[in-house]
Write a protein that binds this ligand. Structure first.
Ligand SMILES: Nc1ncnc2c1ncn2[C@@H]1O[C@H](COP(=O)(O)OP(=O)(O)OP(=O)(O)O)[C@@H](O)[C@H]1O
Ligand SMILES: [Mg+2]
Length: 235
């Protein structure tokens, strides 16, 4: 559904991703794990068109995506839930969610999508008038997820949703990822919590220092070996 071919990308003169190949299949949940600084967020930002790649191709449903802008991605059905949950702190929960419905072809279904978001995250309905800046970390992550869903994505890219959250909230968030997958959403999950990621993933990639160092179906992965590779010293 979404293929990354020989991708090189980075920031100005600094290259971060080196000849990265990844294949996100329709209806699957693909996990990307790897230590800090591996280039996971850089990869997602490049897919969203926030960074222009130096080399390689990003192909969505057999169509190369080149020259498209970030806001086009939502209309193409690709949504990013960014690391750090970026949101407008001085706007209410509901105003933040409404901003997620910006693609032209989604505006008409705003009310339906708000109801859908509140059904998935009942706590947010109670807090719909609260300023986003006063939410707890777990609630903020829920707003970020719900906002990403307001665009009715076919592919959801989600960057470290569990970061800094209590285990019970992490469980809740992973439960929602499972529900979305059952609803047919293709999911790319960047996650440092390898246990949780393995529990939901169909396929796992590991990145280190801007390269893919492991590419396997989740059920063929030995978590001990995964951790050895994860924590191995740089060659
Ligand atoms: N805006 C930027 N300008 C320059 N270099 C950057 C920028 N953002 C990230 N980098 C560098 O790119 C490399 C990869 O960073 P990236 O954020 O993609 O890693 P990551 O795998 O998402 O790490 P983490 O798990 O800590 O989120 C790092 O060396 C980082 O310092
Ligand atoms: Mg990151």
């Amino acid at each position: 559904m979404l293929e990354i071919k020989n991708l090189r990308s980075g920031y100005g003169a600094i290259n971060v991703l080196w000849d990265v190949n990844l294949d996100f299949r329709e209806g699957e949940l693909t996990a990307i794990v790897g230590p800090n600084g591996a280039g996971k967020s850089t990869l997602l930002k490049t897919v969203m068109g926030l960074i222009t790649p130096g080399q390689g191709e990003i192909v969505l449903r057999n169509e190369p995506l080149s020259g498209r802008r970030t806001w086009d991605m939502a209309e193409l059905g690709v949504s990013l839930i960014p690391e750090g949950r970026l949101m407008f702190r001085d706007m209410s929960v509901e105003e933040n969610l409404t901003l997620g419905a910006f693609p032209k072809n989604r505006r008409a279904s705003l009310a339906r999508n708000l109801e859908r978001a509140y059904a998935l995250f009942p706590k947010l309905k109670e807090r719909r008038r609260q300023m986003a800046g006063s939410l707890s970390g777990g609630e903020a992550q829920m707003v970020a997820m719900a906002r990403g869903l307001m665009a009715e994505p076919r592919i959801l890219l989600i960057d470290e949703p569990s970061l800094g959250l209590a285990p019970v909230i992490v469980q809740e968030i992973f439960g929602i990822l499972r529900t979305l997958k059952q609803q047919g959403v293709t999911i790319v999950l960047v996650e440092q919590n390898t246990h949780m990621a393995l529990g939901v993933a169909d396929r796992v990639y590991m990145m280190r220092s801007g390269r893919v160092v492991l590419d396997k179906p989740a059920d063929q992965i030995d978590i001990g070996k995964l951790h050895e590779l994860y924590f191995a010293l740089e060659a």
